[in-house]
Design a binder for this molecule. Structure first.
Ligand code: NCD
Length: 420
């Protein structure tokens, strides 16, 4: 006789309308339809059951930067926001541009992460790209076309050569497309002008022109409509560019300081007109301490936390009928999984059994609710819908503020060669 399912999610409103039970065994969905009972059953009546999100752009910090965040607090923050897979960026200290640093990063994540993860390789002229691919790098980058927190830019020639090598491997290059002009970085308007939308668009065009071998390009955290229109690769947009604008705070508020900059309200509205062109939403979760972010504007680092508020802000937009639930699921779960080549979470047999269960009501975001060590959020006062329960690989790993033992997976890139 067949073993009973480990978990049954009963009375799930499957996106599209029908009601069904979802049976889960060994971390995968085995059946969606009418199911008798599981070893554990959760009644999902009245809840939104979403395939859990993949956040393709987070900075989990750790090591010397543990006062900002580490794998434990960052991954707790992810789970509490309905994200079960994060892709860690390589601008760590030390940067992930050598196999040794990459392997210790994997080790650190294995030891401490509560959620599943993938880790990208950094790219510098000296990076052994082929070795990093064999070590399990998920993708390359974010590759900086202009300097940002903890990373220098790659010049055009080096970038072009690196893209050729990544192309030869069949890898994905993820690009931080920005340009900077010199000037005084005195406040949000100046920051926006020094790293303007026009420069973002020019950077996109220049990277594409240098991509003579036709490497697969993914543009990270795009902040302006014109730059998105110029992009030929996949496009990622963050919640801070969708929901924040310079006008929503005072000019000297460095809590909103981020690269690419938070733009004007007019530009933010334009960004929404390209909603259908946006392939994925990712948070660019870039925590810094409150002490660093309350330094005078020119001295404060760029970056905002966001992994925990990403889906909750979008869920509030669903309740407000601004976006469709199916779009939210595609842009936060299905599309990033497909982009990275990891199994999708969802309702079909063999899908990864990662789900987040949301109530039908929004709350107001307060920093005290959140789990990132940085202890602040640029979204304070915004409406959001947080998950009440989160499931990772068929196990309940988060429920109403409590965390339970998880069995996270390290998702490697396609070039991974396991040690013999
Ligand atoms: C990021 C960080 O702090 O690591 N900062 C940011 O403003 N986005 C780096 C980056 O992605 O540019």
């Amino acid at each position: 006789m067949e073993r009973r399912p480990d978990l049954v999610l009963a009375n799930v409103r499957i996106p599209g309308g029908r009601k069904a039970d979802v049976a889960i065994r060994d971390g995968r969905v085995i059946h969606t339809g009418a199911v008798t009972s599981g070893i554990q059953t959760i009644d999902c009546s009245g809840l939104f059951v979403l395939p859990a999100a993949v956040d393709a752009h987070v900075h989990m910090r750790g090591g010397k930067q543990s006062a900002k965040e580490d794998w434990k607090t960052g991954s707790a923050s992810a789970l509490a926001g309905g994200v079960t897979v994060v892709v860690d960026q390589p601008n760590t200290i030390p940067p992930l541009t050598k196999p040794g640093a990459f392997l210790s990063r994997v080790h650190e994540a294995k030891e401490h992460s509560l959620c599943s993860y993938a880790i990208n390789s950094g790219v510098t002229p000296g990076t052994p790209i082929e070795e990093m691919w064999a070590q399990g790098a998920m993708a390359f980058g974010e590759i900086f076309y202009a300097p940002s927190s903890y990373s220098d830019a790659l010049d055009s020639g080096d970038l072009s050569r690196a893209l050729g090598r990544i192309r030869a491997l069949g890898g994905l290059a993820t690009i931080h497309a920005e340009g900077i002009v010199p000037g005084k970085d005195t406040g949000l308007a100046a920051h926006d002008a020094l790293r303007s939308g026009l420069h973002e668009k020019e950077a996109v065009i220049a990277v594409q022109a240098g991509n003579t071998d036709g490497c697969r390009l993914h543009f990270c955290h795009m902040s302006t409509a014109a730059a998105i229109e110029a992009a030929k690769g996949t496009v990622e947009v963050t919640p801070h560019h969708l929901f924040l604008s310079r006008e929503k705070t005072c000019d000297e508020n460095a809590l909103f300081k981020v690269n690419p900059p938070v733009r004007s309200e007019k530009e933010r509205e334009r960004l929404w007109t390209l909603w259908d062109r946006i392939d994925i939403i990712a948070s660019d979760h870039a925590p810094h301490t409150k002490a660093e972010k309350t330094l005078p504007f020119p001295d404060a680092p760029s970056g905002v936390p966001g992994v925990e508020t990403m889906v909750p802000l979008l869920m509030a937009a669903v309740l407000d009928r601004k976006i469709m639930l199916s779009d939210l699921i595609r842009k936060t779960a299905a599309a990033p999984a497909a982009l990275l080549g990891i199994p999708p979470s969802g309702f079909s047999p063999k899908d990864r059994a990662d789900f987040a269960l949301y109530p039908d009501a929004a709350v107001i975001i307060e920093p005290e609710m959140l789990h990132s060590r940085c202890g602040w959020t640029p979204f304070e006062g915004f409406r959001a819908v947080f998950p009440s329960t989160v499931i990772l690989g068929g196990d309940v790993v988060y429920k109403e503020g409590d965390f339970f033992p998880a069995n996270p997976t390290w998702f490697t890139g396609k070039g991974y060669v396991p040690p013999s």
